[in-house]
Design a protein around this ligand. Structure first.
Ligand SMILES: *Cc1c(COP(=O)(O)O)cnc(C)c1O
Length: 501
């Protein structure tokens, strides 16, 4: 079977439709809406469908099959208790149009999530609506845009991003109609305040930045950057993808930010990427709150309400912010994802900061192990921040440059990544951030054991010790070998089609 999507199956059916309740001829549908031909769905029996999807799942690498050190994406273990809670009938079977009194349990969860996220980021109000980090960016930047309009500063048309930013930052700002001003990082990968000073002005709408930055280094001068942007009348936007490094230790609010997004599916565990839907709530300071998307969850004291028969001190209601930009998603966003993340945070409770402590400890341990191999299989490869530099420790992730190796032997970051696949690991993030040449970006997360990290470091050194020929052919143990990336991107086949007979 060369292409599974062309598998038509036996001439059978895995399901049956109930009989129509009225005669077919009595159904009046506009003729242009009626199909001329039956849909050509594969006719598969249930065991065939089960085998097909199980077989597909074995071709994927997932966090459930092995260590997934994908920097910037925070792929951590998804505790199964999250699934149990999200599947409870009071949550999973609730219809969004059911009356408020039926939804009190779910609304209480959503309210608690808004409050918890607000506290963790030092923000005043949180909207759970956006369903991805990128959509959170877009939504918050739209709020900033409306805020500027409301104070007569609609002329501000530029958004500043450092060159180490994730591609979604400039893309989101551009979708709101802003011009992007990119500023170069310093040699050590940190924010260049002089470069920032030289671009801020009367036309600055906002600066978008993540901290720790995409090199895994905490920006020590972040509050100075906030001062520079604020004094020019701009707003500070925090890309929360790296929240796993700081949660419970400091907040974007303390650093001087006005708006943030959270990648719940990264920081708070939730299958993501190909594995499930995301959730990208945003938090804002009070001056931006009137513009948030609608609805938000609020609560009132029960004794204020004329209602009997239900227990509890609080009554939860949906409210609309006064100058809302409108809706960015149907209903309340990806509620199932929010509930899973709520379950995750509830297990930690007041110990939530331990999550970040262990994530940072694991990253530093692994970085140290990789930089100081037990055998002398490699002549040390440069890691940013290098040991001994100003930023002595990384936060939750670190980068490695394979440039010296490439110059010596032709082995690239991509070759190392492919070699790791043959050792049974997901490849780290490669060629990002762009400021590190031949970059490999590694993030172990807090959910991995010391043993996993030790073994990974050992296997990593084994890969580095391999010769060019072997590595250039890798991977050889996976279902699909080395693909032509350019072709894969240019001639993307995503359509389900039968071959003509
Ligand atoms: C993942 C990520 C984003 C985008 O988040 P999505 O949820 O994938 O849309 C933005 N910035 C950084 C630094 C990220 O790692």
């Amino acid at each position: 079977m060369s292409n599974v999507f062309e598998f038509e199956g036996i001439d059978g059916m895995g399901y049956s439709q109930p009989e129509l309740l009225i005669e077919k001829s009595k159904i009046k549908l506009p003729s242009d809406l009626v199909r001329k031909e039956l849909p050509r769905l594969p006719l598969l029996s249930e065991p065939e469908v089960v085998r097909h999807y199980t077989w597909l799942s074995t071709r994927n690498f997932g966090i459930d099959t092995g260590f997934y050190p994908l920097g910037s994406c925070t792929m951590k273990h998804n505790p199964r208790v999250n699934e149990v809670i999200a599947a409870m009938p009071g949550i999973a079977e609730l219809h969004p149009l059911q009356q408020e009194s039926h939804q009190q349990g779910l609304l209480a969860i959503l309210f608690e999530m808004q409050e918890m996220l607000g506290i963790c980021a030092g923000m005043d109000t949180v909207s759970l609506q956006p369903v991805a980090g990128a959509q959170g960016e877009f939504t918050a930047i739209r709020c900033i845009q409306e805020y500027h309009k409301s104070i007569g500063e609609a002329h501000r048309n530029k958004v500043i991003v450092p060159d180490s930013a994730h591609g979604t930052n400039p893309a989101s700002a551009a979708m709101c109609g802003y011009e992007i001003i990119e500023i170069p990082s310093r040699e050590d990968g940190l924010l260049d305040l002089d470069a920032l000073k030289s671009v801020v002005g009367d036309d600055t709408a906002a600066m978008m930045i993540t901290n720790p930055n995409t090199l895994g280094i905490f920006e020590p001068e972040i509050s100075k950057a906030a001062e520079i942007v604020h004094s020019a009348g701009g707003q500070m936007y925090y890309d929360g993808a790296n929240f796993n490094a700081i949660l419970g230790k400091t907040t974007p609010g303390l650093m001087g930010f006005d708006a943030v997004h959270y990648n719940l599916h990264k920081t708070f565990s939730q299958p993501h990427g190909g594995g499930g839907p995301g959730s990208g709530p945003i938090g804002v300071k009070s001056h931006l709150a009137p513009f948030l998307p609608t609805p938000l969850v609020s609560r009132r004291e029960r004794k204020e309400i004329d209602d009997v028969g239900l227990e509890g001190d609080w009554w939860y209601v949906l409210i609309e912010p006064s100058n809302s930009i409108g809706k960015v998603q149907q209903w309340m966003g990806n509620v199932g994802a929010v509930v899973r993340c709520w379950a995750f945070y509830r297990r930690y409770g007041f110990q939530l900061e331990k999550m970040s402590e262990h994530a940072v400890l694991n990253a530093n341990y692994l970085r140290h192990k990789i930089m100081n191999p037990e055998s002398n299989a490699l002549d040390a490869i440069p890691i940013m921040p290098s040991e001994g530099s100003e930023a002595k420790f990384c936060k939750h992730e670190f980068t490695i440059s394979a440039l010296p190796l490439k110059e010596q032997s032709g082995i690239t970051a991509m070759d190392i990544a492919k070699g790791l696949l043959d050792k049974g690991y997901m490849a780290p993030t490669v060629y990002f951030p762009l400021v590190v040449p031949e970059c490999l970006m590694i993030e172990p997360t807090e959910t991995e054991s010391k043993k996993t990290l030790d073994t990974f470091a050992k296997k990593f050194h084994e890969v580095l010790a391999e010769d060019y020929e072997t590595l250039h052919k890798a991977p050889i143990t996976t279902h699909v070998g080395r693909v032509n990336e350019v072709q894969a991107a240019r001639t993307l086949v995503l359509k389900y089609e039968f071959e003509e007979q």
